[in-house]
Design a protein around this ligand. Structure first.
Ligand code: MRU
Length: 369
């Protein structure tokens, strides 16, 4: 998608130096567009953990590139230490964020691929090729999610006689959370590009405000009308018929259709159920956990309380991006980063292969392998 009219992906190889991976450092958006260089596995791990990059598919893509950087690091350490080095790099990257399963998926893919060649030179070349494949595939997958989600929006638009379709989303499942297009936003971008009138209610998504900072920013960049709301507004809007549809992303979906996503998603799903508002979850198949049956056993990340007790924004007087203290200094805080929406509250899953019921039957119907 475009920033200021220039097409971007969220991660790419440095055009002049193939030992450097570049990312948009999302910690500074929307106030600064900072491009960061990653040249070691440690920098890739830091980028994921500190949320320079975030969003399940992009976490996976960064980990894939992280293993490429690990191969380059290992070349410096020497051929005889390579296996040990790569195993440590795998663990280091896996340890960064526990909920998004794309991380594990990407690392496993890299591990299996790298095991197929012997020398470090071959491993490095293959790692780069595979990381780039992971990214290209993610772009295609997200585009196809949009293609399959589009008819849902078209149908509502038809029913409303071409009136604006109001869509509520939570957190950021936009292009900046993937390599391009986004998951929840892909049908929205494609509907907008087709001339369907859409408007997005953007949950601010405390504590890190991915909705207010990132979703609103990227929708603005693409010209999609949107309104930022605080996290507790959605239920009220639904009661008053102001939401036609919810579409959210997910960090991990069990093969039975339970959905882990950014904290607060569950409450929106409950409100949607109570008000007969369709609640869809958009996901690439790389986000499906084929081992976990019960969503409540998905590991839920707990992050630093600093994210709750402080808030970041632009000081318009000094033009500095700053954090300020929000709570009494001595207040205790807790920071649960994700929650689980049971499949019974999900109207359907929008995947790259089509839309299915949030159930084992529905998921296996689309992904029999
Ligand atoms: O903590 P984050 O910002 O990585 O959480 C992101 C989300 O919850 C997204 O909804 C999810 O990763 C879907 S990404 C297309």
């Amino acid at each position: 998608m475009k920033i200021n009219g220039t097409p971007y992906r969220s991660i790419w190889l440095h055009p002049e130096d193939s030992t450097i991976v570049q990312i948009i450092d999302q910690r500074w958006l929307p106030h600064r567009l900072v491009i960061a260089d990653l040249s070691t596995v440690e920098e890739a791990a830091f980028a994921i953990k500190e949320m320079q990059v975030r969003g399940a598919p992009l976490i996976g893509a960064t980990a894939a590139y992280g293993m490429y950087l690990a191969c380059l690091d290992a070349q410096k350490a020497g051929e005889n230490l390579a296996e040990d080095w790569l195993a440590k790099a795998y663990d280091r990257l896996l340890d960064t964020r526990p909920t998004a399963i794309n991380l594990h998926w990407a690392l496993e893919r890299m591990k299996k691929t790298l095991a197929s060649v012997e020398s470090l030179t071959e491993k490095a070349a293959l790692a780069l090729e595979t990381a780039q494949q992971v990214c290209d595939e993610d772009v295609d997958i997200c585009y196809n999610i949009g293609q399959h989600g589009l008819p849902i929006i078209e149908e509502i638009s038809r029913r409303k006689g071409g009136e604006v379709v109001n869509i509520l989303t939570h957190c950021n499942a936009g292009w900046i959370a993937t390599v391009d297009w986004g998951t929840a936003t892909s049908p929205i971008y494609q509907a907008h590009d087709k001339g369907i009138k859409v408007h997005v209610w953007v949950d601010e998504t405390r504590p890190r405000n991915q909705g207010a900072r990132l979703t609103s920013w990227e929708l603005n960049e693409h010209g999609v009308p949107n309104t930022v709301i605080v996290d507790n507004v959605g239920g009220h809007l639904m009661q008053h018929g102001m939401v036609d549809l919810c579409i959210v992303g997910t960090d991990r979906t069990t093969y039975t259709g339970d959905v882990a996503n950014k904290i607060g998603t569950y409450l929106k799903a409950l409100a949607a159920k109570d008000n007969n508002v369709p609640f869809y979850v958009a996901l690439p198949s790389t986000t499906i956990d084929w081992e976990i049956r019960d969503g409540l056993t998905i590991p839920i990340e707990q992050r630093r309380v600093n994210e709750v007790i402080r808030i970041q924004g632009l000081d318009e007087e000094t033009n500095e991006v700053k954090q300020v203290l929000l709570t009494p200094q001595q207040s205790k805080a807790a920071n649960y980063a994700f929650d689980v929406t049971p499949s019974r509250l999900v109207t359907g899953l929008i995947t790259e292969r089509g839309v299915c019921e949030a159930s084992e039957e529905g998921i296996r119907g689309l992904f029999p392998g």
